[in-house]
Design a protein. Structure first.
Length: 178
């Protein structure tokens, strides 16, 4: 992660905490980031150095009406002034990571060979809460039939592979290394 993005995220986290609005800031920064990144024309206007900053800020004001906290709006304008709007996505990722650490939330990617039943999902959630001592778990569940059976968990860039394909790969590696 870019050090500059990390510093901007830390600064915004500080403002969010001062205003007791960490969750609101995260939601609104996510919304703004998605709108800017998903609209190619908006992104090109905001990142093009040939466009004057006044025009860019006017565009931001028109896109993000009164629904966005003025601190978030000013933050985006600051990124425009500093020619750093192109790292907004990295800033949001770092902001979310720090926000979740502060809020004691764990983000987990669950990749399963088959859809998890409600019971399986609930049991996994309980085990993760207990093991990692977190108040909340955000599980992003996806299906990958190439796993054959079982699942993989990705937690803070650490992969826990409990899939059949993972076991086959491990056995193959042991045989080859002998």
């Amino acid at each position: 992660m870019d050090l500059i993005a990390k510093r901007y995220a830390q600064a915004l986290i500080g403002i969010a905490i001062e205003n007791d609005s960490l969750h609101t800031f995260e939601e609104q920064l996510s919304e703004c980031t998605n709108i800017i990144l998903k609209n190619k024309d908006v992104y090109e206007i905001l990142t093009n150095p040939e466009n004057i900053n006044v025009l860019k800020k006017c565009l931001v004001d028109n896109i993000f009406t009164k629904d966005i906290n003025f601190h978030i709006l000013n933050f985006i304008k600051l990124l425009i002034d500093k020619s750093k709007i192109n790292i907004l996505s990295d800033i949001f990722i770092e902001f979310q990571k720090q926000s979740h650490q502060i809020s004691n939330i764990l983000d987990v990617a669950v990749i399963s060979a088959f859809p998890l039943s409600r019971y399986e999902s609930d049991q996994l959630l309980l085990k993760l809460k207990k093991k990692y001592d977190k108040t909340s778990i955000n599980m992003n569940i996806s299906i990958d039939e190439s796993l054959i059976g079982g699942f993989k968990l990705i937690i803070d860039n650490k992969v826990i592979d409990k899939s059949i394909s993972g076991m086959i790969d491990a056995i193959e590696h042991q045989i080859i290394s002998r």
